[in-house]
Design a protein around this ligand. Structure first.
Ligand code: ADP
Ligand code: MG
Length: 151
Protein backbone atom coordinates (compact mmCIF):
# COMPACT_ATOMS: atom_id res chain seq x y z
CA UNK A 1 0.00 0.00 0.00
CA UNK A 2 1.35 3.41 -0.92
CA UNK A 3 2.19 5.65 1.99
CA UNK A 4 3.47 9.18 2.28
CA UNK A 5 6.09 10.29 4.79
CA UNK A 6 7.58 13.48 6.07
CA UNK A 7 9.52 14.71 9.07
CA UNK A 8 8.91 17.84 11.06
CA UNK A 9 11.48 19.35 13.40
CA UNK A 10 9.28 21.84 15.24
CA UNK A 11 5.62 21.84 16.37
CA UNK A 12 4.95 24.72 13.97
CA UNK A 13 5.88 22.51 11.01
CA UNK A 14 3.38 19.87 12.08
CA UNK A 15 0.75 22.59 12.42
CA UNK A 16 1.57 23.92 8.96
CA UNK A 17 1.45 20.51 7.35
CA UNK A 18 -1.95 19.73 8.89
CA UNK A 19 -3.16 23.18 7.88
CA UNK A 20 -2.23 22.47 4.27
CA UNK A 21 -3.96 19.09 4.41
CA UNK A 22 -7.09 20.69 5.85
CA UNK A 23 -7.41 23.04 2.89
CA UNK A 24 -8.00 19.98 0.68
CA UNK A 25 -10.56 18.31 2.97
CA UNK A 26 -14.17 17.70 2.00
CA UNK A 27 -17.39 16.97 3.91
CA UNK A 28 -17.41 13.39 5.16
CA UNK A 29 -13.64 12.97 5.26
CA UNK A 30 -12.34 10.87 8.16
CA UNK A 31 -8.82 11.09 9.57
CA UNK A 32 -7.59 8.47 12.04
CA UNK A 33 -4.67 9.63 14.20
CA UNK A 34 -2.29 7.13 15.74
CA UNK A 35 0.70 7.74 17.97
CA UNK A 36 1.81 7.61 21.60
CA UNK A 37 1.01 10.21 24.19
CA UNK A 38 2.84 13.41 23.20
CA UNK A 39 3.44 12.29 19.64
CA UNK A 40 1.48 15.26 18.32
CA UNK A 41 -2.07 14.06 17.59
CA UNK A 42 -3.69 17.09 19.21
CA UNK A 43 -1.10 19.42 17.67
CA UNK A 44 -1.97 17.95 14.26
CA UNK A 45 -5.66 18.54 14.98
CA UNK A 46 -4.95 22.17 15.90
CA UNK A 47 -3.32 22.53 12.48
CA UNK A 48 -6.40 21.04 10.79
CA UNK A 49 -8.53 23.57 12.68
CA UNK A 50 -6.29 26.38 11.47
CA UNK A 51 -6.72 25.20 7.89
CA UNK A 52 -10.49 25.18 8.33
CA UNK A 53 -10.38 28.76 9.71
CA UNK A 54 -11.64 27.69 13.11
CA UNK A 55 -11.04 30.49 15.59
CA UNK A 56 -11.80 28.66 18.82
CA UNK A 57 -8.91 27.07 20.66
CA UNK A 58 -8.76 23.33 20.06
CA UNK A 59 -7.58 21.15 22.92
CA UNK A 60 -7.90 17.49 23.70
CA UNK A 61 -11.51 16.49 24.36
CA UNK A 62 -10.40 13.96 26.96
CA UNK A 63 -13.50 14.27 29.11
CA UNK A 64 -16.11 14.63 26.42
CA UNK A 65 -14.91 12.21 23.68
CA UNK A 66 -16.23 14.53 20.97
CA UNK A 67 -15.93 18.26 20.44
CA UNK A 68 -17.44 20.05 17.49
CA UNK A 69 -15.98 23.19 15.91
CA UNK A 70 -17.26 25.40 13.13
CA UNK A 71 -15.12 26.78 10.33
CA UNK A 72 -15.24 26.54 6.55
CA UNK A 73 -16.38 22.98 7.38
CA UNK A 74 -17.48 21.56 10.73
CA UNK A 75 -14.69 19.68 12.51
CA UNK A 76 -15.60 16.77 14.79
CA UNK A 77 -12.65 16.12 17.07
CA UNK A 78 -12.76 12.82 18.93
CA UNK A 79 -10.33 11.44 21.47
CA UNK A 80 -11.41 7.88 22.20
CA UNK A 81 -8.61 7.06 24.62
CA UNK A 82 -11.05 6.81 27.52
CA UNK A 83 -13.60 4.84 25.55
CA UNK A 84 -11.19 1.92 25.64
CA UNK A 85 -11.79 -1.06 23.40
CA UNK A 86 -15.45 -0.26 23.02
CA UNK A 87 -17.36 -2.61 20.81
CA UNK A 88 -20.71 -1.08 21.73
CA UNK A 89 -22.13 1.32 19.19
CA UNK A 90 -21.60 4.85 20.46
CA UNK A 91 -23.24 6.53 17.49
CA UNK A 92 -20.06 7.66 15.77
CA UNK A 93 -21.57 6.98 12.33
CA UNK A 94 -23.56 10.16 12.48
CA UNK A 95 -20.29 12.05 12.55
CA UNK A 96 -18.50 9.99 9.91
CA UNK A 97 -21.43 10.47 7.57
CA UNK A 98 -22.01 14.07 8.55
CA UNK A 99 -21.33 17.33 6.77
CA UNK A 100 -18.01 17.86 8.48
CA UNK A 101 -14.55 16.38 8.80
CA UNK A 102 -13.94 13.85 11.57
CA UNK A 103 -10.55 13.46 13.23
CA UNK A 104 -10.09 10.65 15.76
CA UNK A 105 -7.20 10.42 18.23
CA UNK A 106 -6.35 6.81 19.24
CA UNK A 107 -8.54 5.64 16.37
CA UNK A 108 -7.54 1.95 16.54
CA UNK A 109 -9.45 1.66 19.84
CA UNK A 110 -12.70 1.95 17.88
CA UNK A 111 -11.40 0.29 14.74
CA UNK A 112 -14.54 -1.81 14.10
CA UNK A 113 -16.63 1.35 14.16
CA UNK A 114 -14.46 3.36 11.77
CA UNK A 115 -15.23 3.48 8.06
CA UNK A 116 -12.90 1.31 5.97
CA UNK A 117 -12.16 4.28 3.73
CA UNK A 118 -10.20 6.90 5.64
CA UNK A 119 -6.84 8.57 5.95
CA UNK A 120 -4.71 7.14 8.73
CA UNK A 121 -1.96 9.42 10.04
CA UNK A 122 0.77 7.88 12.20
CA UNK A 123 2.89 10.22 14.30
CA UNK A 124 6.19 8.95 15.66
CA UNK A 125 8.17 10.73 18.36
CA UNK A 126 11.72 10.72 16.97
CA UNK A 127 13.59 13.34 18.99
CA UNK A 128 12.63 16.14 21.36
CA UNK A 129 11.06 18.25 18.60
CA UNK A 130 11.26 15.87 15.67
CA UNK A 131 8.33 13.80 14.48
CA UNK A 132 7.87 11.39 11.61
CA UNK A 133 4.45 11.67 10.02
CA UNK A 134 3.21 8.79 7.89
CA UNK A 135 0.00 9.06 5.88
CA UNK A 136 -1.73 5.86 4.78
CA UNK A 137 -4.71 6.42 2.47
CA UNK A 138 -7.48 3.84 2.34
CA UNK A 139 -9.67 4.31 -0.70
CA UNK A 140 -9.51 6.40 -3.85
CA UNK A 141 -10.68 9.61 -2.23
CA UNK A 142 -7.79 9.53 0.24
CA UNK A 143 -5.20 8.49 -2.36
CA UNK A 144 -6.26 11.55 -4.32
CA UNK A 145 -6.04 13.70 -1.20
CA UNK A 146 -2.47 12.53 -0.47
CA UNK A 147 -1.39 13.15 -4.05
CA UNK A 148 -2.79 16.65 -3.85
CA UNK A 149 -1.10 17.45 -0.55
CA UNK A 150 2.27 16.02 -1.60
CA UNK A 151 2.28 17.49 -5.11
P1 ADP B 1 -0.85 13.85 21.62
O1 ADP B 1 -2.18 14.45 21.32
O2 ADP B 1 -0.38 12.87 20.57
O3 ADP B 1 -0.77 13.27 22.99
P2 ADP B 1 0.08 16.58 21.73
O4 ADP B 1 -0.10 17.20 20.38
O5 ADP B 1 -0.88 16.92 22.80
O6 ADP B 1 0.24 15.01 21.55
O7 ADP B 1 1.53 16.95 22.28
C1 ADP B 1 2.66 16.96 21.48
C2 ADP B 1 3.72 17.76 22.20
O8 ADP B 1 4.97 17.66 21.51
C3 ADP B 1 3.34 19.24 22.24
O9 ADP B 1 3.76 19.78 23.46
C4 ADP B 1 4.16 19.81 21.08
O10 ADP B 1 4.48 21.17 21.26
C5 ADP B 1 5.41 18.94 21.16
N1 ADP B 1 6.15 18.85 19.90
C6 ADP B 1 7.49 19.01 19.78
N2 ADP B 1 7.90 18.88 18.54
C7 ADP B 1 6.80 18.61 17.79
C8 ADP B 1 6.60 18.39 16.39
N3 ADP B 1 7.58 18.38 15.51
N4 ADP B 1 5.34 18.14 16.00
C9 ADP B 1 4.31 18.12 16.88
N5 ADP B 1 4.44 18.34 18.21
C10 ADP B 1 5.68 18.58 18.67
MG1 MG C 1 -4.07 14.36 22.30
Amino acid sequence: MKQYEMNTVRPEQTLQFAEKLARSLQPGDVIALEGDLGAGKTTFTKGLARGLDIKRVVNSPTFTIIKEYHGTLPLYHMDVYRVGDASEDLGFDEYFEGEGVTVVEWAHLIEEQLPAEKLTVFLYHEKLEERKIVLVPNGKRYEQLCKEVFS
